[in-house]
Design a protein around this ligand. Structure first.
Ligand code: F0G
Length: 444
């Protein structure tokens, strides 16, 4: 059934291929994998996707992920056959990606210094578990089910575990989540408990938790649903698909994300590579990745703050340079540190795929401070939208790039607001301090 899709190693010198039923997230040599498709979907599907916005009673049309199922059809089903969809595709009753689309936010536009007509912000926090993760979890758990996995496993700064827990509970499978002890937002931790996930507290940071979860998944037959899983990336392609569809498939100049493990950067890059190759878009938007100053691995390497500038280099990235950078972090005792715990990540698992996306789109990487992220988060609130601190990075990253004239005033920009607020005290503390730019302190 699955001949039209397979897995391929991203390293052109390795290039090993596997069938879709392959259960590992890496090739035999430990490289990341891509899902690749034999067929070139016709752009007439744009019309089909548009029509599905009137769902006609199908949850697979309602779903903001499966509405685009022809572009992520790794199961190789007949996408018009609803019985096949029901049998194979995992969905939270059509709710993943359903509420997220780009909005114009006048106060945010004023703050970043661009015309409101040119700025679109897409709140992925309006997914059922409250973050963009549900887009990719729908596809990863579809694959888990396809290969008969009984337990899904992840490491998480909180949102992945909330999403994995929710999908696992819905599908009646087990879920183990590895979290850096004391370093995730209480609202995220409580979701994992609420959905019946088994929490494993790791004494360390996210990078340590990921290492342990990958080992345990292999040893105890767990199925990894972190963004190193290529099927997660397939579902997350629908984030730019939805944005592009609302812009009538007219590519914007920029798509901007906060950067953590770089799953988003990867999936946006892959979506754009495919759409461009298929002739669906004529222009390639540039991806801008915004790191926190306290967790700036990508920025340090990409912008040459450590040694030479690290590039994908047509599939020949200088991986020795990456090793030297990590050794330097270890030797100097440098640990990622930001109040935006969602992106407190020192070793982005998708670094090489992220570099590939940046090369393809001629992208940029920059950093913002914690206090800037809080301002970004808060101004989104003043437009009546909710987002978490890490998502605030998108807003202030855009502002910084506009100030540096890297983003031009008449460019069209799509910013992704990755998650909703799950740390109730962050806005409370922000507004109690009248020094903060958007603070509205309480009155007696
Ligand atoms: N924004 C939010 C709200 C996140 O939860 C994450 C990652 C990111 C941005 C970074 O995205 O990894 O694709 O670069 N959270 C993960 C987690 C790591 O475990 O929930 P990325």
């Amino acid at each position: 059934m699955q001949d039209g899709a397979h897995l391929k190693c991203i390293d052109p010198r390795c290039g090993s291929e596997y069938p879709i039923s392959y259960a590992n997230v890496q090739c035999a040599r430990g490289h990341l994998l891509d899902v690749t498709y034999k067929t070139r979907p016709p752009s007439s599907l744009k019309e089909t996707f548009y029509k599905r916005r009137n769902s006609e009673g199908s949850i697979f049309n309602e779903s903001g992920v499966w509405r685009f199922r022809e572009l992520l059809n790794f199961v190789q089903i007949d996408t018009t056959d609803i019985d096949q969809c029901s049998k194979y595709l995992v969905s939270l009753d059509g709710a993943e990606g359903r509420q997220s689309k780009p909005y114009q936010m006048s106060k945010v536009a004023e703050f970043v210094g661009i015309s409101s007509d040119n700025l679109w912000l897409q709140p992925e926090g309006y997914n059922p578990s409250g973050s963009f993760k549900d887009n990719g979890m729908a596809t990863a758990v579809t694959h888990a089910k396809l290969i008969g996995a009984k337990k899904i496993v992840c490491a998480s700064t909180g949102n992945t575990s909330a999403s994995a827990g929710m999908f696992a509970a819905n599908e009646g499978i087990k879920c183990d989540v590895y979290i850096p002890s004391g370093q995730i937002a209480p609202g995220k931790l409580s979701q994992a408990y609420q959905f019946g996930a088994q929490i494993i507290e790791v004494d360390g940071n996210f990078d340590d938790a990921l290492k342990q979860s990958l080992q345990d998944a292999q040893n105890h037959k767990g199925y990894t649903v972190n963004s190193v899983n290529p099927f997660r990336i397939e579902g997350q392609k629908t984030i730019p698909f939805r944005a592009l569809e609302y812009l009538n498939w007219e590519a914007p100049d920029w798509i901007v994300y906060p950067g953590g493990a770089l799953g988003n950067t990867t999936s946006c890059g892959k979506a754009l590579m495919e759409l461009y190759e298929w002739g669906w878009i004529k222009k390639i938007p540039k991806i801008a990745v915004i790191n926190s100053v306290g967790a700036s691995t990508l920025s340090d390497l990409y912008n040459g703050k450590f040694e030479d500038k690290l590039r994908w280099n047509n599939g020949n990235p200088d991986t020795e340079l990456v090793s030297r950078y990590y050794d330097h972090l270890d030797e100097a005792g440098l640990r990622p540190k930001t109040k935006a715990t969602a992106i407190q990540i020192g070793r982005p698992a998708n670094l090489l795929k992220g570099l590939r996306a940046l090369e393809f789109t001629d992208g940029v990487v920059t950093t913002v401070t914690d206090s800037e992220m809080l301002d970004g988060m808060s101004v989104v609130g003043l437009n009546g939208f909710d987002c978490e601190m890490a998502s605030g990075a998108t807003v202030v990253g855009i502002k910084k790039l506009i100030n540096q004239e890297i983003i031009k005033k008449d460019d069209t920009v799509v910013g992704i607001l990755t998650g909703r607020q799950k740390d109730a005290m962050i806005p409370v503390d922000y507004h109690r301090d009248s020094e903060n730019r958007f603070a509205k302190p309480p009155r007696n």
